[in-house]
Ligand binder design. Structure first.
Ligand code: NAD
Ligand code: MN
Length: 348
């Protein structure tokens, strides 16, 4: 590659504040990556209110035909039903077949020599479960009845299982915990659990994953144990909804949702995305923590094979957190988004 073509989709709320920070972090890398070329793209609820569509076809086409990768900010999806609106991030994950949502939750220890007290990766299935959004409302004898389809397929469970085992085998502890609720949902979660368990025995695994120790945990007690003894976890693999919830919960262990990055990864495309939403309570105040978005850029670069560049960004972020003087209010500081970004840029 001579250039790195990056789609930027700030979307809504603080997406517009944190995606520019991630862009600056990439630019600060200079010649250690191919020359970045950015494509600013529309999507989101604000765009929907203006244009009547949440994910314009042009955005999808530019991502598919022009871009090597992308960074997504956050969308404001209203909790009430809005006719014609459907979340563009959920649509993009499906449209680009970004089947794995990989969310590392890693605390920064007081000194680089110490081990962090939280160091885990949530691997979330990203295309099905309740997020297929097949909901119907009918009227029964006793009033309204709402039903949703929860789809779990062997194919999606197998590929997310493969992703999770691959990540686990590359980490020092090589430990994978399968999160499910198959004591109640024995058919759907049962299929997920069994399919993931079967990954090391697949011919394509070729014995490569035999060193990974496998545990499992029901999702409710998994959250309980996550808060009491987070060190028991290394890699956690979960169906879509549980993975969404567990990763937000895990964020509380390290201080703020504003720190947790993710990538949405498929076989041919990767999209970085902070785990947090559009944070309407703080949007427009320039106090959003940009570190989750900046770290998402690093994860995206590592996924594309630019591990050294990613490490430069991640080390710079760690130094700023460890130093503790210039942080946004979610971490107890009084700095602005731009101040924190500037601190990171200086250290890249
Ligand atoms: P949220 O993640 O937006 O905010 C939760 C809390 O964390 C808020 O108090 C917020 O101020 C704080 N927070 C989040 N990111 C922060 C940051 N970078 N810096 C400092 N503080 C931060 O979740 P919510 O309030 O439940 O949802 C708000 C909107 O975001 C909803 O419309 C929801 O649909 C949407 N959402 C979108 C995504 C996405 O785009 N992937 C994910 C989650 C929520
Ligand atoms: Mn979420």
């Amino acid at each position: 590659r001579s250039t790195l073509k990056i789609g930027l989709i700030p979307a809504d709320g603080i997406g517009h504040e944190v995606i520019p920070a991630a862009k600056e972090a990439i630019l600060a890398l200079g010649s250690s990556i191919p020359k970045p070329e950015f494509f600013l793209l529309d999507a989101g609820f604000e765009y929907f209110k203006r244009k009547g569509v949440a994910l314009p076809e042009e955005t999808v086409q530019v991502l598919k035909n022009e871009c090597d990768c992308a960074l997504f900010g956050a969308v404001s999806s209203p909790s009430r039903k809005v006719v014609g609106y459907s979340s563009p991030i959920v649509a993009l994950r499906k449209e680009l077949d970004l089947y794995a949502n990989i969310r590392p939750v890693i605390a920064v220890a007081p000194t680089p020599e110490e081990k962090p007290n939280v160091d885990l990766v949530v691997v979330r299935e990203n295309t099905e479960c309740l997020y297929v959004k097949q909901e119907v409302l009918t009227t029964g004898k006793h009033g309204k009845e709402a039903r949703a389809t929860r789809l779990i397929t062997e194919r999606a469970s197998r590929r997310i299982g493969q992703t999770a085992f691959d990540i686990a085998v590359g980490r020092p502890r090589k430990h994978l915990t399968i999160i499910h609720k198959s004591n109640v949902l024995s058919v759907t979660d049962g299929l997920f659990r069994e399919t993931v368990r079967g990954v090391p025995a697949l011919p394509e695994s070729a014995g490569r994953l035999d060193d990974v120790t496998v545990a499992e945990q029901l999702v409710d007690s998994a959250v309980y144990r996550l808060f009491r003894e987070p060190q028991i976890y290394d890699v956690m693999v979960a169906p879509n909804l549980y993975g969404d919830i567990i990763s937000d919960a895990a964020a509380a262990l390290v201080g703020s949702l504003g720190l947790i990055p993710s990538i949405n990864a498929g076989d041919t495309f990767v999209m970085g995305e902070p785990v947090h939403g559009s944070a309407p309570d703080i949007a427009g105040k320039s106090i959003a923590n940009p570190l989750a978005a900046i770290r998402s850029a690093a994860l995206m670069l590592r996924h594309l094979g630019y591990g050294d560049a990613a490490a430069r960004i991640e080390n710079a972020v760690d130094i700023v957190i460890r130093d503790g003087r210039i942080l946004t209010p979610d971490l107890g500081g009084s700095a602005k988004t731009q101040d924190v970004t500037a601190e990171v840029l200086k250290r890249i």
